[in-house]
Unconditional design. Structure first.
Length: 132
């Protein structure tokens, strides 16, 4: 089992976001906190990036070639010990239920509160709660 991220410990973080500006802003924010960061803009790239064994994944649901739920499903099925934060503007209750069934650690609604994301990255436990 992979080591959990302790407070102030750095987290190898995968950002899955197709909006280039948003991905760059997240990458800058997270790398400034000292975390190692990789970005993926498509479902295909994100699935390939799982071999990097990220400890934290920041996951957009709507991607140009599929749905982020596929990534969360793969993470949970593979046993990859990664904390997953969903960042979404999706308001469809069915889509949100599908995501929560796969037990993301947290769901952030857009627009994203950057400080809450940073606090989540600093935390070491899997919170399994919704943050608005």
């Amino acid at each position: 089992m992979a080591e959990k991220t302790a407070p102030n410990q750095k987290c190898r973080t995968l950002i899955v976001e197709d909006d280039v500006g948003a991905a760059r802003a997240l990458e800058k924010l997270i790398s400034r906190q000292g975390h190692e960061v990789m970005t993926a803009g498509t479902l295909g790239d994100a699935l390939g990036a799982l071999s990097w064994k990220p400890q934290c994944i920041i996951l957009d649901l709507i991607l140009p070639d599929g749905n982020g739920v596929t990534i969360l499903r793969r993470v949970r099925k593979s046993g990859l010990d990664a904390r997953v934060a969903i960042v979404t503007g999706v308001e469809d209750p069915f889509a949100i239920d599908q995501v929560t069934d796969l037990q993301p650690d947290v769901v952030f609604e857009k627009p994203l509160d950057a400080q809450r994301l940073v606090d989540w990255l600093k935390s070491k436990r899997r919170s399994r709660r919704k943050v608005t």
